[in-house]
Design a protein around this ligand. Structure first.
Ligand SMILES: *Cc1c(COP(=O)(O)O)cnc(C)c1O
Length: 413
């Protein structure tokens, strides 16, 4: 690892320990974080960074949000895990608030995002067999090319990222892939055994890809017409990230199932859920599906506090307004080291001109300027600051990007 910032020996040691003892399933930026507050992270030497990754949108509310840490601290004094073998005092309020936020009737809580995706797949299949009348073991689900829905064996079965799949087979059958945003391809793939279409309303890991304007409304119509469930994976796009509570809201579209995670845990712990109506979630009966930790008292307390932060619409408004500013400034960089800018609200995919180097090399330059941002694929930087970020902090990070691009250009000249 190039030590371009002159890493302290304390940071070097921490990195070495991580590399020695941990499986190398990530390629972290060379910085060792000790604490965080709002949009800021501090490393173990006391250097501060603006966080433009937000733990892949798990930290939409900012680091250590006082309301959320208080909710967690209060619950830590009471009870943390009970399992669902008994009722708990925080579970009911959490799931009611979440159902109401989604305008739906029922919630199935899980922990990580991929578990919620798995749960939605199981629900869709069950609905297909028991309600739609699909022939047993023949259900199929339509998914999008370049999707990211997590890392379990079933979920990577319908990924087309070879790095995520190689040597992990055999894979789970029952999925059909179509190009993202191609409504005609979906219509062609739907047959009598199709139970669901699973989409990210904006593809996150693929590079913050926004589908054509008419896509989601057309998909809603198609799914209703053909009696197929519309499952929206809003794990990364939901809960305020794009300037609305859900990315689907931009198109005025309501899916049959919302799949939520990441920010639902308030940046404190893993909390995920599938949210939908009784006609689907009501199909689950005791013993058919579950999770020891799903909906535990601590998760429910933190999840409820997170939902309450979203209820006023203040964070969504911030994301929309500041996002407007972010995108205006980023678009100004097109032709000046940036090839394309996509996204909505405080969420942007920025394609770097390959002549200046990889997206990762620009992320290193950003790190040296006190901004933490992450590349996805070789040419895209994803920008997703906590929604509590201030306008001058946003400008500070964009200035750092301008500067980083100028430096890269100067080194080429
Ligand atoms: C992160 C993510 C997942 C997986 O969530 P984990 O908590 O990492 O399992 C699924 N879908 C989308 C769209 C995501 O961004």
């Amino acid at each position: 690892m190039t030590d371009r910032r002159g890493l302290s020996s304390t940071q070097q040691q921490a990195i070495e320990q991580t590399e020695t003892w941990g499986a190398h399933n990530y390629l972290p930026l060379p910085v060792v974080i000790e604490s965080g507050q709002g949009a800021w992270l501090t490393d173990i030497d006391g250097n501060r960074y603006l966080d433009f990754l937000s733990a892949y949108s798990a930290v939409n509310f900012g680091h250590c949000h006082p309301v959320l840490t208080q909710a967690a601290a209060d619950q830590l004094q009471k009870v943390t895990i009970t399992s669902r073998a008994v009722f708990s005092a925080t579970y009911g309020p959490f799931i009611q608030a979440l159902a109401e936020l989604c305008g739906k009737e029922m919630v199935l809580p899980m922990n990580t995002g991929v578990e919620a995706v798995e749960s939605a797949i199981k629900l869709a299949r069950k609905w297909g067999y028991e309600t739609k009348g699909v022939e047993e073991r023949h259900a199929n689900i339509i998914v999008m090319a370049n999707n990211f829905h997590g890392r379990t064996t079933t979920v990577i079965s319908f990924s087309n990222d070879e790095t995520a799949r190689r040597n992990f087979g055999p894979f789970t059958p029952g999925f059909r892939t179509v190009p993202y945003g191609d409504i005609h391809a979906i219509a062609d793939e739907i047959d009598a055994n199709t139970v669901a279409v699973l989409v990210e309303p904006i593809q996150g890991e693929a590079g913050v890809i926004v589908p054509p304007k008419r896509f989601l409304p057309a998909l809603r119509e198609l799914c209703t017409e053909r009696n197929v469930l519309f499952i929206a994976d809003e794990i990364q796009s939901g809960l305020g990230r794009t300037g609305t509570t859900f990315a689907c809201d931009h198109s005025g579209v309501v899916p049959d199932l919302y799949v939520l995670g990441k920010a639902l845990g308030g940046g404190i712990m893993p909390v995920s859920a599938v949210v939908g109506n009784r006609d689907i979630l009501g199909l689950l009966h005791p013993g058919q599906h579950g999770s020891t930790f799903g909906g535990n008292p601590l998760a429910a307390a933190v999840g409820l506090a997170a939902i309450e932060l979203l209820r006023t619409g203040e964070l969504q408004r911030r994301s929309a307004e500041l996002g407007e500013h972010l995108h205006t400034r980023l678009r100004g960089l097109i032709g000046h080291g940036v090839d394309a800018v996509r996204g909505k609200g405080l969420w942007a995919g920025v394609d770097i001109d390959p002549y200046l180097g990889s997206a990762r090399s620009i992320c290193y330059r950003l790190l040296a300027r006190g901004v933490i941002a992450k590349d996805t694929h070789t040419k895209t930087i994803r920008l997703a600051p906590p929604l509590v970020i201030e306008r001058d902090e946003l400008d500070q990070a964009i200035d750092a990007l301008v500067d980083a691009l100028a430096e890269a250009r100067a080194e080429k000249a």
